[in-house]
Design a protein around this ligand. Structure first.
Ligand SMILES: [Zn+2]
Length: 266
C-alpha cells in the first residue's frame, strides 16, 4: 500500500524539462564552437527520442533554435519532421529576407505550417540591456507585430540576443505581451513553465554521453554548468560587454562574418 502511494506520488511530480539551444547547422565540420554538424544534430535528436521513452525518464529534452539561420530550414526541419519532433525557432525578425544565410518569409511560413513553433529573437539582434526605451519598442514590439502579421499567428515567446537581460528588459517583454522569455541560463524548468525559461547552449564538442548525463535529474553536469554561467555573467558585469565579447571571440574562434553578434557568448 505504502509502495503504491509512493509511486503515485512520483507520478504526480511535475515534469522537468531541459531546453537545448542550437544555432547554425553545417554538413562539414567547422571550428566555431556553436556551429554543429548535421550528423551530430541527428544523433542528438535520436538520443532525445530515446530519453523521452526511457523507463525511468529524467529531464524531458526540448529543442530550440536562435537567429533563424537558413540551415534551420534546410536541415533541422526535415530532421525534426522525420522523427515527429517539434522545436521552437526564435527569429531575428529584421534579418528575414534581408540577411544572406538567414531564412526568408517563404521558409518561415513553411516552418510554421509544418507545425513548428515560432518566437521572436529581437529585430536587429541588439543586446536588449543596451537598448533605450524607443529601441526596445522596435526590438520587442515591431519584431512581434511583423512576425504576427506575416505568419498570421500570435507570437508570445521571445529569446534574448546574447542572453542578456535585466529587470527593465523583462518588464518591457511583459508589457509588449510576451508570456515567456527564453534565456541562456542553463537550468532545468518545471512544468508549467514560468515567465523565464532557461536553456543549455549546445557546443559542438559535447558528447552524447555528456548529454545523457545532463538529462539525469539533479545532474552534477547541469549544476556545474549553471555555476560556470553565473561566473561568466559576473565577469561580463566587471569587464563590460564590449571587452568580454572580444575576449570571448578570441577563445571561441568566432568568424569575422559569423553573423551573430554575441548570442553564443551567453
Ligand atoms: Zn542570437
Amino acid at each position: 500500500m505504502q509502495v503504491e502511494s509512493m509511486s503515485e506520488e512520483r507520478a504526480r511530480q511535475p515534469l522537468q524539462k531541459l531546453h537545448f539551444l542550437y544555432h547554425e547547422l553545417r554538413t562539414d565540420p567547422c571550428d566555431y564552437s556553436y556551429v554543429l554538424e548535421t550528423t551530430k544534430f541527428d544523433e542528438h535528436l535520436d538520443l532525445f527520442l530515446q530519453m523521452r521513452k526511457a523507463e525511468r525518464p529524467g529531464l524531458w529534452p526540448e529543442v530550440t533554435f536562435d537567429d533563424g539561420h537558413i540551415s534551420n530550414f534546410d536541415y533541422a526541419l526535415p530532421a525534426l519532421m522525420s522523427r515527429g519532433l517539434t522545436a521552437r525557432f526564435f527569429i531575428t525578425v529584421g534579418w528575414t529576407d534581408k540577411r544572406p544565410g538567414y531564412m526568408g518569409w517563404r521558409e518561415l511560413r513553411a516552418l510554421h505550417e509544418s507545425g513548428q513553433l515560432i518566437g521572436a529573437h529581437g529585430w536587429s539582434h541588439a543586446l536588449l540591456t543596451h537598448c533605450a526605451p524607443a529601441d526596445l519598442d522596435v526590438e520587442l514590439g515591431k519584431a512581434r507585430l511583423v512576425l504576427e502579421d506575416k505568419l498570421g499567428t500570435s507570437i508570445t515567446t521571445i529569446s534574448l540576443p546574447g542572453g542578456r537581460y535585466n529587470r527593465r528588459v523583462l518588464a518591457a517583454c511583459r508589457e509588449t505581451g510576451y508570456t515567456q522569455v527564453y534565456t541562456s541560463v542553463p537550468r532545468a524548468e518545471r512544468e508549467p513553465l514560468g515567465f523565464t525559461v532557461g536553456r543549455l547552449n549546445v557546443r559542438r564538442d559535447i558528447t552524447l554521453e555528456w548529454i545523457r548525463n545532463v538529462l539525469q535529474p539533479g545532474s552534477r553536469e547541469l549544476s556545474n554548468l549553471e555555476h560556470q554561467y553565473r561566473i561568466k555573467a559576473a565577469a561580463k558585469t566587471v569587464v563590460g560587454d564590449r571587452l568580454y565579447e572580444k575576449l570571448w571571440a578570441l577563445l571561441n574562434r568566432k568568424e569575422p562574418d559569423g553573423g551573430d553578434g554575441g548570442d553564443y557568448a551567453a
